[in-house]
Design a binder for this molecule. Structure first.
Ligand code: PMP
Ligand code: GLN
Length: 390
């Protein structure tokens, strides 16, 4: 039967998410420490978890409205107003989704025609090329280059053609931890205005910034009404399994996203929506504690890797550190990651799965450090022990 699967299905097989599943299975089979897929192996703030338990106990267990419960839409609008000075009407300009993933799916399916082009930066979060392909669109990439992960503005201009409809900007960025600078965002904004493009921003790591300042693209001149601003609660409150996200945009763009979204999940996660409304209403303290804690994990893990002789590209935000294994051992990242479970008892991800152009990624390995101290220390111990004995 599988010889009759659409070609699209096999194109999706090589992307990051399918590789995470393979690597997680390998971690299990070999008893490895899993630093592959990015999710914390510890819980979010207790007051946030209690809010979900309370919501279930108080009977918030049936379908929510298609746009999401109003208290959460209000809390998201208030968050954007206070933090960034961005005004969104909670009745018409905020949509609650099943994680940022559904917001991305809804926006791309709503706003792309078959044959359109979507511009994105590589390395990319793998849902972007996958969703563009599902919408019948193709994608063009602009390469971010280490060590600063900056892009060539000429390459960006050249990536935009007469068929370009959308540009996707992920800042703070997975997997590099780059926080796009104001100057870079201003360049992207002026190109969007000049070429009449719609921007989709993925800001799920907005609260997990260690160096630099995150500024939403929608705050730049001419961008408020041509941007779909997306985020979610998973990273901010260390509850990735709750899958509560949101999209904010001018009412006409948002209505288009809602039209697509209602045929994806329609709606869901009622008690978690209530809990996230409560969590956002607590102000920045819970999110700041999550960020401070993660920064400490980043430092511990990156320092540990450096002590072992790895060439570490220190991230300014988020869940992941990259190392260039070609700089230290002459091997490529794919072989390193294929051998690491048996050789070291540790799983990491070869970063080429996030690139169209495989050459710039040849030595890059992505490690998730959003893990307990015990997990991180055990991974470092294994890398050290085996490195010495090999
Ligand atoms: N965008 C990026 C850049 C991510 O790293 C992730 C998840 N790790 C998502 C989107 C998906 O977010 P959610 O779990 O809220 O769907
Ligand atoms: N965003 C997470 C990562 O990059 C995981 C999400 C997923 O499994 N698709 O590891």
């Amino acid at each position: 039967m599988t010889d009759r699967l659409p070609r699209l299905n096999s194109r999706l097989q090589g992307l990051g998410t399918t590789v995470f599943a393979t690597m997680s299975a390998l971690a299990e089979a070999t008893g490895s420490v899993n630093l592959g897929q990015g999710f914390p192996d510890y819980d979010g703030p207790p007051e946030v978890l209690e809010a979900a338990q309370e919501a279930i106990a108080s009977g918030h267990n049936q379908y929510p409205p298609g746009r999401g419960i109003l208290p959460l839409r209000r809390a998201v609008a208030e968050h954007h107003r206070q933090r960034y000075g961005l005004e969104f009407d909670p009745e018409r300009e905020v949509l609650v989704t099943a994680g940022a993933t559904e917001a991305l799916a809804g926006a791309i399916l709503a706003l792309c025609e078959v044959g359109d082009e979507v511009v994105m930066f590589e390395p990319y979060y793998d849902a972007y090329p996958a969703l563009a392909a599902m919408a019948g669109a193709s994608h063009r990439v602009v390469t971010l280059r280490p060590p600063r992960w900056d892009f060539d503005p000429t390459e960006l201009r050249r990536a935009v053609t007469a068929r370009t409809r959308l540009i996707i900007v992920n800042s703070p960025h997975n997997p590099t931890g780059k926080v796009f600078t104001d100057a870079e965002l201003a360049q992207i904004a002026s190109l969007c205005v000049e070429r009449d493009l719609i921007a989709i921003t993925d800001e799920v790591y907005e609260h997990l910034v260690f160096e630099g300042t995150h500024r939403p693209l929608a705050t730049f001149e001419g961008m408020r009404d041509r941007t779909v601003t997306i985020s979610s609660a998973g990273k901010t409150f260390s509850v990735t399994g709750w899958k509560v996200g949101w999209a904010c945009a001018s009412s006409d763009l948002l209505q288009a996203v809602l039209t697509a979204k209602q045929f994806l999940t329609f709606a869901g996660g009622t008690p978690f929506q209530h809990a996230v409304a409560t969590a956002l209403g607590m102000g920045d303290s819970a999110a700041e504690a999550v960020c401070k804690d993660l920064r400490w994990r980043r430092d511990r893990f990156c320092d540990g890797l450096r002590e072992l002789g790895f060439a570490v590209l220190e991230p300014a935000s988020g869940y992941f550190a990259m190392t260039d294994v070609s700089a230290t051992g002459g091997v490529d990242a794919t072989s390193f990651c294929a051998e690491a479970p048996r050789r070291f008892g540790v799983v990491a991800i070869p970063a080429d799965v996030f690139f169209d152009h495989k050459a710039p990624a040849a030595g890059l390995v992505r490690w998730a450090y959003c893990k307990t101290t015990a997990t991180l220390d055990e991974a470092l111990r294994r890398l050290a022990g085996r490195a010495e004995s090999s």
